[in-house]
Design a protein around this ligand. Structure first.
Ligand code: PLP
Length: 451
């Protein structure tokens, strides 16, 4: 397998003194940058993989491609040996184009268009989910040898995005009937999947879902099925300051209690866990309205600032509408001891809906200042549109030297597999930025070739 298709086919390698923030500063303050841009840190994705493997060693991650389908992400995860959860024919093709074995893909969409089922059969993606009877009849007609996974419903009490209203059959009242139908049709059902809700804030729900799965495994055995797969779905948080350790502890204990047999293959479909914190977005303030208002506490006259930035809810911040994310704009410039003002942040389009942050406190910013938004890797770029002619931000990919070493530890790579150039001085913290440098051009090529 060859890893060479990064967005711009290049990765900026950081030295020990550089960071995502120093790169953002260098680009933003280059004097030529106006458009919003992302910095994607591959190291963050690699670190997440290490965290996952040590937190839940028995659970094989199948990254949910829908969350961020950038080639950078897919290639790094493919190289690290992750599997993939695809929702469509196009996602399947994208993953297969990287040389990933079709057995490492689960087609985890319980309601699939006909041609997509046929296509999965054609390319050898055999494992797919269902939660209704019609799907079984479609599969019987289009891909009778498919290995089906029944998706049950078990909703977290608190989640950023609930999914149970659309997908998942009731494990008690619907699943037994569906398994009987599958048996009568001669369809091979091999396991169970669930998704407790994206951005789950109810870790114990995983135990409930695993316990319900155990019951259904046993019922399936009574019908003559031999289930061998349990898919724990997504829901794992991934932003700065979040942790999967509580979920992991609950999952590991529940697996020990309900699925001690190591021959049961346990997978999960994490999306935001892997990519959320890897992407940081920098936006430029291009317009400002100062509105006279009254202080909410004192009633004294004060000013509310409306900042207009060059990415909004039709672009990256669609996550505010669709993914219910609360984003925080951090000034790139340092303001020590500045007075904070009531402020709101707006996108660049002419739509009144295009509001990024309704109410926040910021120092008084100027046109040309930058606001930085962390945790922008999940459910942002794949949904963004250039509505009103505002482009989707370009992604600059970075990796630090430690990650380089880490990749070599995880993978059977040698130094010969990398093509290394010189690290530009401008990427070293504390050095002057070369004003003539074209930051839109890739700087350092890396080619990782796996044997
Ligand atoms: N699997 C399926 C079937 C999904 O629909 C989703 C998200 O919608 C995911 C996995 C990823 O979920 P998360 O990003 O919460 O891990």
């Amino acid at each position: 397998m060859k890893i060479s298709n990064f967005e711009d086919e290049r990765v900026h390698v950081l030295d020990a003194n550089s960071s995502v923030w120093s790169v953002i500063r260098d680009i933003a303050e280059s004097g030529t940058q106006e458009e919003a841009f992302y910095v994607c840190d591959i190291g963050d994705i690699v670190r997440k993989h290490k965290i996952w493997k040590s937190a839940m060693p028995r659970v094989e991650p199948h990254y949910a491609v829908k969350c961020n389908d950038s080639l950078t992400v897919l290639e790094v995860l493919a190289a690290l040996g992750a599997g993939f959860d695809c929702a469509s024919k196009t996602e399947i093709n994208k993953v297969l184009s990287l040389g990933v074995d079709p057995n490492r893909i689960i087609f985890a969409n319980p309601a699939k268009p006909l041609s997509h089922i046929r296509h999965a059969g054609d390319v050898g993606v055999n494992t797919m989910t269902f939660d209704n009877e019609v799907e079984l009849h479609k599969v019987k007609r289009l891909f009778p040898d498919a290995k089906m996974v029944i998706r049950i419903r078990c909703d977290a009490e608190i989640a950023q995005c609930q999914l149970g209203m659309k997908f998942g059959c009731d494990p008690e009242t619907e699943a037994p009937h569906l398994l009987q139908v599958a048996r009568d049709l001669g369809i091979d059902v091999v396991g169970i999947s669930f998704h407790v809700g994206s951005g789950c804030r109810d870790p114990p729900v995983f135990r409930k879902a695993i316990a319900a799965s155990r019951k259904l495994f046993d019922y399936a055995a009574s019908l003559g099925f031999h289930f061998s797969l349990l898919d724990l779905g997504g829901g794992y948080p991934g932003g700065h300051g979040t942790s999967i350790s509580e979920i992991a502890e609950i999952v590991n204990m529940a697996l020990d209690d309900y699925f001690p047999d190591p021959s049961v293959h346990i997978i999960a479909e994490p999306g935001r866990f892997y990519v959320s914190s890897a992407y940081t977005l920098a936006c430029n303030i291009h317009s400002i309205r100062a509105v006279g208002t009254k202080d909410a506490v004192t009633g004294n006259p004060t000013t509310h600032y409306m900042y207009y930035i060059n990415d909004g809810v039709y672009g990256s911040f669609n996550c505010v509408l669709y993914d219910h994310q609360h984003v925080v704009g951090i000034p790139l410039k340092e303001f020590s001891h500045s007075k904070l003002y009531s402020s709101s942040i707006w996108g660049p389009t002419c739509d009144g809906l295009d509001q990024v942050v309704e109410q926040t406190l910021l120092p008084e910013m100027q046109v040309g200042d930058w606001l930085v938004f962390e945790d922008m890797g999940a459910y942002t770029l794949p949904v963004a549109s250039p509505f009103n002619g505002f482009p989707i931000p370009k992604v600059h990919v970075v990796a630090d030297e430690n990650v380089w070493m880490l990749l070599k530890d995880i993978l059977p790579l040698t130094e010969d597999h990398f093509v290394i150039g010189n690290i530009p001085a401008s990427l070293k913290k504390g050095m002057d930025v070369n004003r003539d440098e074209d930051w839109s051009l890739p700087i350092l090529p890396i080619t990782i070739t796996l044997p």
